[in-house]
Design a protein around this ligand. Sequence first.
Ligand SMILES: [Zn+2]
Length: 262
Amino acid sequence: MPRRDPNRVWELVDRYRALADRFPHFGVCELGLVERFGQRFPILAGTYGTGPKRVIILAGTHGDEIAGPLALCEFWERESGHGLAEQFQFAFLPLINPHGYARGIRGNGVVDLNRHFDRPRSQPENDIALGYLRRRRAELLVSLHEDVTSRCFYMYESGVRDRRLFSRIIADDTALLDALESDGFAVCAGDHVDGNYNRSGLVVSNPGAGRARRSGALEPTLMRLGTIRRVVGFETPGLQPLADRIGQQQQALRHVLRSFLV
Ligand SMILES: [Zn+2]
């Protein structure tokens, strides 16, 4: 049974407010309020840094994938003030689906939000998130997800068209997967994950493909809008301990950001 705990949401909100108080150039705002089941939660947006590299980070689209929101918040608490703000300009949505997060369920109690981003005015969470993101431009989008039925880590890479850049990025992603494995974490070895070809934990997907476009997911929707060029998605294994998944999300995020600086 999912654990229902509205305090989970308020704990994260409080931690973000504390971050905004503590670090210059760290901003947090409420994009809007969503009321469901007699409970009202804010949809938060954050910004950090004034550097040249623009990155969007998304977490908490699926409420039962809790490692992403927890890892991202801890990432800012650990890493802010150590040069990130000078190198990057981050915009992030740390908890797109607060009702799902509070209830420990994938959707918001009505639908799977990540199948409805192509339908305007379907869900208030989606309208709020898209309304914010469509005004932003970024070279890189990092999306923190979990595969709640998986025992192994895998990641998505999509959107890079330039062949030289693509081969460097694939080498960087491979180095990340190697590093996770040498830290003792399982990386998915099967031929397919979620209907896509899997190459030892790396799934190269085409966001322009009909399947992705029809999925109603946020990432291909943003790509179609021209807001972002490259999407990296992490899928931590929901069947492994939470602390390991949080560690993997942070390691993967640090790695991808470092490689994006080169
Ligand atoms: Zn997900």
